[in-house]
Design a binder for this molecule. Sequence first.
Ligand SMILES: Cc1cc2nc3c(=O)[nH]c(=O)nc-3n(C[C@H](O)[C@H](O)[C@H](O)COP(=O)(O)O)c2cc1C
Length: 397
Amino acid sequence: MNTSVVRDNVYWVGYVDWDVRDFHGYSTTRGSTYNSYLIKDKDVAIIDSVKAPYYKYLLDNIRSLVSFDEVKYVVCNHAEPDHSGSIPILMQECKNAVIVCNDKCKSALSMHYDTKSWKFMVVDESSTLSLGTCTLKFINTPMAHWPESMATYLPEKKILFSMDGFGQHFASSGRFDFEENIITVLHEAKKYYANIVMLYGKQIKSVLDKTSNIEIDIIAPSHGVMWSKYITEIIERYRRWTEHKPVAKVLIFFDTMWKSTSLMADAIYEGALLDGVMVKKFDLKNTDITNIAIETLESAAIAVGTPTLNKSFMPKVGEVLTYLKGLAPQGKSAIAFGSYGWAKKSGQHDVLEILKQMNCNLLLEEPIQSQYVPTPEVLEKCREAGKLLAQTALKYK
Ligand SMILES: Cc1cc2nc3c(=O)[nH]c(=O)nc-3n(C[C@H](O)[C@H](O)[C@H](O)COP(=O)(O)O)c2cc1C
């Protein structure tokens, strides 16, 4: 049994997953949590559940606080299986429970589970659900990050159950932000935003606007720790990220077979080292897409390098560009570079095409290319390009 008190009569009853390292491709280097909450009032409500394999922990946690028959409401804010996965077993055990969700969620749940025997209470933003002394209100947050996504607000305790918004894949024994190293928590929140939410910046912005006039003492997300001491800090960051505001930062990433492209990346890096500019350089063999997404979020200018391989680019470069294109970072300036053997028109040009499709502002109309090993002249061009990237980034200082 592992429960925590969030506020009087509000409990955390979720599961801390110390071991998960790959969450649908997201590299969860610090594990995760699936947060479920229980409100004990005249009526008992559970807010969201945990990933299916961990249902026993959820049931034990609930059983330690109330009997299953006392559970009257199971609120489902989001149908994705990491949060809804244990709802079928909850509905089986809690015979008197009604599922509370919006109409889109009802339909999404029915496409995941056999919901025929479930009793539904469909709510919208005008609904208020009284639990006795407390009430629940609902805020639709469509496409943040699924169509049915919703947040639940408990005004009497000033708690916003924000679902995936403000979440972090971060396993910890502490349940609150102030119990953990806040630099780490904020980094994990940024990683989560970059990899899960970046594409939906506009929708997140409207959630921030919608919730700006309600009193919040605790933001209780579905993953990671709850925000209480650092609410201002996380909201300020979310605002900045939704506005796609870059900082004075240059990101260089590349792959290489025989080091020619790597030498070019080194020269770009050298050229970009201007005062006031942060420069980061990654050989894609030593990092992963999750990390590149974090680094991309606030970068003003990006250099993407690849050697030509079989008339195209390296698979890792393709993987990262496919991922980034999906996440749709905005307002980036970019260049392409790399080495080829005999066919000048592929490889680096293919990368340039993708950067165009990503609506990047191309600082150079052509990629910087080297036939095999770069000459001093090519390396000088790379240094100049690095300087150009840095000067572009400096505008955001
Ligand atoms: C397996 C393999 C496939 C290649 N395919 C092409 C190609 O289709 N077109 C081309 O111009 N060069 C091709 N090359 C040559 C490389 O692009 C060239 O050696 C380049 O300098 C490698 O850059 P790097 O040192 O950064 O890996 C190929 C090389 C290898 C090893």
